[in-house]
Design a protein around this ligand. Structure first.
Ligand code: NAD
Length: 422
């Protein structure tokens, strides 16, 4: 069984050695600076009380306030939340935005709750956490199964408790209450900036480059949309119930409309054309990762490329849009096989970067046009890709280790400047 916290610690260990990191700094990075946990009790619509374990891991704030999403999922665990908070510290440092890392979670199946139960749970979570939050303390955001509406309830609860307006305490808010234009598309768009740069390095021309995307939610869809706009050929996509393979290329927008209509993507292979079985077929999520395509894009869950299927991957490159989709064992196999993996901390950092823009806009009370958001995002992603790529060449390591070396070096520098015992 893959333990994400062990994986995160293993990744830190690899780079600490190359960076010759002082033992006391390395030891501090292995665990969160603060870990909060409780059991939230809320009243269900039927009058019964139900308890939900809840967590917030504040990993490191040497480079700025803690930053990271809140996940609602039955499989949330302490180790998962800790790992995700480490990855947030690394991600913010990889793209050079002035935040540390954090993550929160509640063990809950949100689909089993009504809207009003979900609202009570979200308000209870933020009420409990309020003393540890603030736009200059810890700034949460959405993650799996949390969204802009949940951020709106949370902001309202926080502001009622502290007694003043403070939109910068949470990001991923609806635009009407201080969200940033472009936040919805940001993660997929950031991934598409990585795609163009990676394709150039690998000498892949968009028109003849085929892409398979696992997961067609916010991240997977917008990645597909921008990749298609750039002229790449998106030939496969999936959701939790399976996927489709359309060798001549699918239309992301029509596929999304079909998925929304049918409730699943399987069967959506003939949208926009005459339904011809030769044109496409339904495939499983396992098949999708092993397709004979140029690039695969895991955009759903962690640990989907493991030692069990890494040998079967046929793609030349992977763009990790989900968090932690490749296990360390799989990473070693992919390296040996010469398959390039653009790591999550770089590929999906568009989301947190536009969250940073949202926080900046909230703090200054002055809001930008969407085009400005997109332009500023490309500058940041480009600089981060170039830095990680150059370090990976210089140190003769893969792109993941390159990004980690850049990031941990930046975090360690901030820790040293602050005295080394934060
Ligand atoms: P989402 O809930 O909008 O979409 C998730 C998609 O994955 C859905 O299409 C769902 O059907 C699919 N899925 C679920 N289980 C699956 C399975 N077993 N096999 C295949 N597909 C499955 O979530 P999202 O916001 O798109 O996030 C996707 C991933 O990207 C997560 O790992 C998340 O942590 C990461 N991420 C998201 C953002 C963001 O801004 N939303 C930013 C950084 C990282």
């Amino acid at each position: 069984m893959n333990n994400p916290y062990n994986n995160a610690k293993m990744q830190l260990k690899t780079v600490a050695k190359t960076l010759n990191l002082e033992t006391h700094l390395f030891n501090q990075l292995l665990k969160p600076q603060k870990f909060h946990q409780t059991t939230l009790k809320i009243k269900l619509d039927n009058g019964k009380i139900k308890a939900f374990p809840a967590f917030r891991s504040q990993h490191n704030n040497s480079r700025g306030p803690y930053k990271g999403g809140i996940r609602y999922h039955p499989q949330v665990s302490i180790d998962e939340v800790k790992a995700l908070s480490i990855w947030m510290s690394v991600k913010c440092a990889t793209v050079g935005i002035p935040f540390g890392g954090a993550k929160g979670g509640i063990i809950v199946d949100p689909k089993a709750l009504s809207q009003s139960e979900l609202e009570r749970l979200s308000r209870a979570y933020i009420h409990w956490l309020t003393p540890h939050l603030g736009s200059w303390i810890d700034v949460p955001a959405p993650d799996v199964n949390t969204n802009a509406q949940i951020m709106a309830w949370m902001l309202d609860e926080y502001e009622k408790t502290v007694g003043h307006q403070e939109p910068g305490v949470l990001t991923g808010k609806p635009v009407a209450i201080g969200g940033s234009l472009g936040r919805e598309e940001a993660t997929g768009l950031g991934g598409s900036f990585i795609l163009t740069r990676l394709a150039k390095k690998l000498n892949l021309k968009p028109k003849t480059t085929t892409i398979a995307i696992q997961g067609f939610g916010n991240v997977g869809y917008w990645f597909a949309y921008f990749a298609d706009k750039l002229g790449f050929k998106v030939v496969a996509a999936s959701d939790s119930q399976g996927g489709i393979y359309v060798p001549e290329g699918l239309n992301p927008k029509l596929t999304l409309e079909c998925k929304q209509d049918k409730g699943k993507i399987a069967g959506c292979y003939c949208v926009g054309s005459v339904c011809d079985l030769k044109k496409g077929k339904t495939i499983t999520n396992a098949d999708l990762l092993e397709l004979n395509v140029d690039i695969i894009v895991p955009a759903a869950l962690e640990n989907v490329i493991t030692k069990d299927n890494a040998q079967k991957i046929k793609a030349k490159a992977i763009i990790e849009m989900a968090n932690g989709p490749v296990t360390p064992e799989a990473d070693t196999i992919l390296n040996q096989r010469g398959i390039l993996s653009a790591p999550d901390v770089l590929s999906n950092a568009g989301g947190v970067t536009v969250s940073y823009f949202e926080w900046v806009q909230n703090n200054q009370g002055y809001y930008w046009e969407k085009a400005e958001v997109f332009k500023k995002l490309e500058v940041i992603i480009d600089q981060a890709f170039t830095a990680a790529w150059n370090v990976s060449l210089k140190q003769k390591v893969n792109l993941r280790t390159g990004a980690y070396l850049v990031a941990v070096d930046r975090i360690a520098a901030a820790m040293r400047l602050r005295g080394g015992n934060r």
